[in-house]
Ligand binder design. Structure first.
Ligand code: MEV
Length: 442
């Protein structure tokens, strides 16, 4: 499928109120997808034989809701963010927060896509001499490494540096050295590439160091492959029902400081970030376990686990900044075979790893902002229960306006349960009721 252009605007007011067919029509009108594109996310779109080729012992496929978070403008490009996630509030939270950022949008800085491969060398008799020999041979090792990945070099990537650390002078494994080869992986996530290089170089590197080759594998602490995302929100955007914007701003900055002081809070704060990041990673067929592992190791890089995004007050508003490692790819991996992942990248207009990383980061800071704003005001439960009520209304059979009506009545009754949803739905079907307004507009 050829890539559709980016939408004129991702500001799709009331998108969440439409039915699935209407949402698809809206995306078609926007030119965000071609009509045949949706087949890739229809139920059962992943053929069993394709799934069988992806992993071992397949007995079926497993579906998740695939949604579009709206309102994102990232580096001046209107962007629809694909998300696959089971948690009801994530897409709503991302879209709401992105709406707040719209006057200025998200700004991103993505580093070069450099991954680290590790070669462990054990039983080194003299680690200082071994490390010195490796450092002296760095250029030769790099030249060998470059010869091993000629196609990557043609695309402007390849091994860029080689360094060495002494991990132990003596012990059960004798003297231990680790050699790092840093590889610019361009648009690939790079795991296979880096692992292949490490395996090919290990014997030579261990011999140079005067030790035995140990593990040869990439590191998921990809601190050379990061994304920074900034956004700036005025008080007027932060205000919510019954909450003054300046009060919300102060409360969010205080929530950020709480995460900066306390690893117990920082972990949950980061979970709110990963809600957005992971939803994009899953939709786009990425190795989300790798990104999760890297994110948390990075969060603990100073020796104390801290937040991946922080919020600071400025006159009349709030500035947010997220910095995290994001190793993603737009070639290779599951993308060759998974139809939904390909479609997600097309929908997002993410045809390079840089752009995909920027989108993931923007989704992450958005879900963080939405969580902190809710926690700093009414708490998260009202919003969660409202979304849960809409889900139950739909499951009870409600469509169109009836979804809001059933959900509003369940919330008003304070009884958000499946049985009650069926009861309310049955009653509303037989009685004409006046319109009931929905939640906060998105
Ligand atoms: C829930 O999925 C995420 C939050 O706990 C994040 C946070 O506490 O910041 C609401």
């Amino acid at each position: 499928m050829s890539s559709p252009p980016s939408p004129r605007s991702s500001r799709l007011t009331g998108f969440y109120r439409l039915g699935v067919a209407e949402r698809r029509r809206r995306l078609l009108e926007l030119g965000a997808l071609s009509a045949d594109g949706f087949a890739a996310i229809d139920p059962g779109a992943l053929p069993l034989d394709v799934a069988d080729g992806m992993i071992e012992n397949v007995v079926g496929t497993y579906a998740l809701p695939f949604a579009v978070a709206v309102n994102f403008c990232i580096d001046d490009v209107e962007t629809l963010i694909p998300m696959a996630v089971e948690e009801p509030s994530v897409v709503a939270a991302a879209s709401n927060a992105a709406r707040m950022t719209r006057p200025r949008g998200f700004r991103t800085v993505v580093s070069a896509p450099v991954m680290i491969g590790q070669i462990q060398i054990t039983h080194v008799a003299d680690v200082d001499a071994g490390a010195a020999r490796l450092c002296a041979a760095a250029e030769e090792v790099l030249a060998d490494a470059r010869r091993l990945v000629p196609r990557l070099a043609e695309r402007g990537g390849g091994p860029v540096s080689f360094d060495v650390r002494i991990l132990a002078r003596a012990g059960l494994d004798g003297g231990v050295i680790v050699a790092h080869i840093h590889v610019d992986c361009r648009d690939a996530m790079g795991a296979n590439l880096v692992n292949t290089l490490c395996e090919a170089l290990a014997d030579r590197v261990a011999k140079l160091a005067g030790g035995r080759p140990g593990l040869r594998i990439l590191s998921n602490l990809t601190d050379g492959r990061t994304v920074t995302v900034r956004c700036s929100i005025d008080d007027a955007q932060l205000a919510s029902e019954g909450a003054d914007g300046a009060d919300v701003r102060r409360a969010i900055a205080a929530a950020s400081r709480f995460a900066e002081l306390d690893p117990y809070r920082a972990c949950t704060h980061n979970k709110g970030i990963m809600n957005g990041v992971d939803a994009v990673l899953v939709a786009t067929g990425q190795d989300w376990r790798a990104v999760e592992a890297g994110a948390h190791a990075f969060a603990a890089r100073t020796g104390i686990y801290g937040p991946l995004a922080v919020w600071r007050e400025r006159a009349g508003g709030l500035d947010g900044e997220l910095l995290m490692p994001l190793a993603v790819g737009t070639v290779g991996g599951a993308l060759h075979v998974h139809p939904g992942a390909r479609l997600a990248l097309d929908l997002a207009g993410a045809h390079t790893a840089d752009r995909l990383a920027a989108l993931c980061g923007a989704a992450g800071i958005a879900t963080n902002l939405a969580a902190l704003r809710a926690l700093a005001t009414e708490g998260i439960q009202r919003g969660h229960m409202a979304l849960h009520a809409r889900g139950l209304a739909r499951a009870a059979g409600a469509t169109g306006d009836l979804v809001d009506r059933v959900a509003a009545e369940l919330s008003a009754l304070g009884d958000v349960k499946a049985d009650r949803a069926r009861e309310v739905f049955a009653r509303l079907c037989s009685v004409a009721l006046p319109g009931i307004p929905g939640g906060e507009p998105r």
